[in-house]
Design a protein around this ligand. Sequence first.
Ligand SMILES: [Zn+2]
Length: 86
Amino acid sequence: MKKQKKLMEQPCSECSSSLEQRLISQEFEREGVKVKLSGIKAWVCKGCGEIYFQPGGADKVAKAANSLFELAFVEKQHKGTLTAQI
Ligand SMILES: [Zn+2]
């Protein structure tokens, strides 16, 4: 089996700076409803700030955001921001 290269060993594809692991927050908006996810583990470029997720991470973040939107719509929390800590 081939060894997969870990993301942190690769430089930023935009500016070739090194990546450091950080906990980030992301906000999403849909139909006027805002949801925020915080505590997401990701690799952030020290040079340009480009964010790289772990393999499959972006998918999971999108799924979590979708779940939050569902909750927000069910609860009619159309005002303010629904925040989830991972
Ligand atoms: Zn960069």
